[in-house]
Design a binder for this molecule. Structure first.
Ligand code: PLP
Length: 390
C-alpha cells in the first residue's frame, strides 16, 4: 500500500471525527460562510447556455480549444506581448500544465535542474520528479517563518544555480506560506534570472485571489520584462471554482515566433502520450464566461467577493487572537495573500489542535484561511491560544 496523501488523508480523518464542533482548515479549496465550496453563478449560467447550444463531444485538438487559449492569453498577458511568441496548451488543471512542463524540461532541456522554493506546494516535487527532473531548493522563508528570505533566495539563485537551469516561482499567493515578494523584489528576482540565464517556470494557480486579476499578473510581467523565455502554468480551479472540471493551461513564452512553433510541436508530442487531448467542458465554461460581457462582470464580482472574504477572515483571526490572552501577535499574517497562511504553529501544536480540539490543519502549520468561519472564529482562536500556552 502506498501511504495516503498527507492532506487528503487529513480530510479522511476529519470526516471520521464524531465531534460536532470539528473544523477542517487543511484542504486547498475555497469555502463560503456556510462551509460549502460553491458553484459560481456565472458558471451555472454559462453551463445552461452550453447545454442548450453544444453540438459535439468530439475530441479537441491536442493543444485544446483556440478560443480558450486566446481568452487565457488575454487574462494573463493582455496586450503586453506579441502573441506569436506564445505556445499555449489547454491542460487538465494547473497540475496537468505542470506535468507537461516537467515532461518538456526532461525531454528538451535535460539534464537541467529545477530550483523550487523551500517550502513549496507539496505536489510540485513529485510532479517534476516523476518525469525525472532533478530538483534542488532555494531559500524562501525567513528563519522565524513569518516573512520572505529575499537575500537567501537571491544568493541561492546567484551562487548555486547554474546557467540554463530552471527556477520554479509562484506568481502570487505562494502556497503554502501566503508570502509573496514585493514588486521591487520581483524586479530583483527577474534581473537575477536574466543575469544567470535561468529559465522561469511560473505557477499561477491563484490569479485574482491576491490583489486582483490584473494586479496578480504583475510578477509575470516583471519577469518577462527582463527575460525572453518562460513557462507559465496556470489554473482556473480556484478563481472560477471549477476544481473538478480540470481547467488550466501551459504557456511557453519563446524569444520569437519560430521558437514558439518548434516548442509547440514538442509540447504536443508530450501531451499526446500523456492525456492525449484536454477535456472540453470546463474550458468551454471559461470561454463562455469570458466571451460574454455580463458573465465576465458577474465573474469579476464573485471573484472579488471570495478575495475580500478571505482577507476579512485573516483580519478577524489576527484581531481575535489579540484578545485571546495568548500574548501572541499574528499581525505578520496581514500582508499575506491568498487562501493560505503559515501560522507558525509547529507539528506538535498542530497535532494537539487535532487531538484535543478537532481542528485540522496541515503539519507544516499551513492554514486554509478560507476554511475559517466568522461565527466560529472565537472557538478557533481559543483553541490556538490554549495550544500556544501549553
Ligand atoms: C500552487 C499550486 N499549483 C497548482 C495547483 C493545482 O491546481 P489544479 O487543481 O488546477 O490542478 C494548486 C492546487 O492546489 C496549487 O496550490
Amino acid at each position: 500500500m502506498a501511504p495516503p496523501d498527507a492532506i487528503l488523508g487529513l480530510t479522511e480523518a476529519f470526516l471520521a471525527d464524531p465531534n460536532p464542533n470539528k473544523m477542517n482548515l487543511s484542504v486547498g479549496v475555497y469555502k463560503d460562510a456556510t462551509g460549502k465550496t460553491p458553484i459560481l453563478k456565472c458558471v451555472k449560467e454559462a453551463e445552461k447556455q452550453l447545454v442548450a447550444n453544444e453540438l459535439t463531444k468530439g475530441y479537441l485538438p491536442i493543444n485544446g480549444s483556440p478560443d480558450y487559449s486566446s481568452h487565457l492569453a488575454d487574462l494573463i498577458f493582455g496586450d503586453t506581448i506579441d502573441r506569436s511568441r506564445l505556445a499555449i496548451l489547454q491542460t487538465p488543471g494547473g497540475t496537468g500544465g505542470l506535468r507537461i512542463a516537467a515532461g518538456f524540461l526532461a525531454s528538451q532541456l535535460a539534464p537541467i535542474r529545477l530550483w523550487t522554493p523551500n517550502p513549496t506546494w507539496a505536489n510540485h516535487l513529485p510532479v517534476f520528479a516523476s518525469e525525472g527532473v532533478p530538483l534542488e531548493s532555494y531559500r524562501y522563508l525567513s528563519a522565524d517563518r513569518t516573512s520572505l528570505d529575499i537575500d537567501g533566495m537571491l544568493d541561492d539563485l546567484k551562487e548555486k544555480a547554474k546557467p540554463g537551469e530552471a527556477v520554479l516561482l509562484h506568481a502570487c499567493c505562494h502556497n503554502p506560506t501566503g508570502i509573496d515578494p514585493t514588486s521591487e523584489q520581483w524586479t530583483e528576482i527577474a534581473k537575477v534570472l536574466a543575469d544567470k540565464h535561468l529559465l522561469p517556470v511560473i505557477d499561477f494557480a491563484y490569479q485574482g485571489f491576491g490583489k486582483g486579476l490584473q494586479e496578480d499578473t504583475s510578477s509575470i510581467h516583471a519577469v518577462l520584462k527582463e527575460n525572453d523565455e518562460a513557462i507559465i502554468c496556470n489554473s482556473f480551479s480556484k478563481n472560477f471554482g471549477l476544481y473538478s472540471e480540470r481547467v488550466g493551461g501551459l504557456t511557453l513564452v519563446a524569444a520569437n515566433d519560430s521558437a514558439a512553433k518548434a516548442a509547440m510541436s514538442q509540447l504536443k508530442k508530450i501531451v499526446r502520450c500523456n492525456f492525449s487531448n484536454p477535456p472540453r467542458h470546463g474550458a468551454a465554461i471559461v470561454s463562455a464566461i469570458l466571451s460574454d460581457s455580463d458573465l465576465t462582470a458577474s465573474w469579476h464580482e464573485e471573484l472579488a467577493s471570495m478575495r475580500d472574504r478571505i482577507q476579512q477572515l485573516r483580519n478577524q483571526f489576527v484581531e481575535t487572537m489579540k484578545t485571546s490572552g495568548s500574548g501572541h501577535d499574528f499581525s505578520f499574517l496581514l500582508p499575506q495573500n491568498g487562501m493560505f497562511s503559515y501560522s507558525g504553529l509547529n507539528k506538535m501544536q498542530v497535532d494537539q489542535l487535532k487531538n484535543e480540539h478537532s481542528i485540522y490543519i496541515v503539519g507544516s502549520g499551513r492554514i486554509n484561511v478560507a476554511g475559517m468561519s466568522e461565527d466560529r472564529m472565537q472557538q478557533l482562536c481559543d483553541a490556538v491560544a490554549q495550544v500556544l500556552e501549553s
